[in-house]
Design a protein around this ligand. Sequence first.
Ligand code: FMN
Length: 179
Amino acid sequence: MSNKILVISASLNPASRSRIMASEVFAQLPASADKEFLDLRDYDLPICDAGACYANPLVAKVQTKVKEAACILVAFPVYNYSCSAALKNLIELTGKAWEGKVVGFVCAAGGHSSYMSVMSIANSLMLDFRCVVIPRFVYSEGSAFNEQGLNSDKVKERLKELGATGVQMMNALAPLAVG
Ligand SMILES: Cc1cc2nc3c(=O)[nH]c(=O)nc-3n(C[C@H](O)[C@H](O)[C@H](O)COP(=O)(O)O)c2cc1C
């Protein structure tokens, strides 16, 4: 049974803040953890057309990475009160590979008011693919960052907690895991 943790960075912005948080949550995972970082900037994925896209070798590649993980921590930018189109597209391309995963969220936003943005993606993963959503997520706006990167001990601590909770839930749910 897999105990792999996949951290996904779902911003295509080279100066992404959610990627910085993704790197932090990845670094804070236990050194002994079986973990992998998937940056969507490294994959020129097609837009989901519900047909030819599924034959793209890059789609198969990311599908395998999602499928092999037991826990997925996904970091994304808040766009229009929801997740980035890049993340939604990844989920459309990889679909059933998400089945039964423990999933946690990290989001970067422009302001304080979009904290419910995580819900549409949480609901869809929970109801479509029976993902178990970690009941804590990390949401941060720009004031947690400076030119050097993430400048907030509070956000760093929350990222550490998210990773630790992901590991705990993955281990606790292992007997029920799919695949
Ligand atoms: C197209 C677009 C839509 C956005 N929509 C929102 C929004 O609804 N709520 C919000 O708080 N910030 C919004 N923002 C600000 C981003 O969430 C913010 O810049 C964040 O840092 C993006 O994440 P990233 O740095 O990882 O790419 C938007 C930015 C863009 C470019």
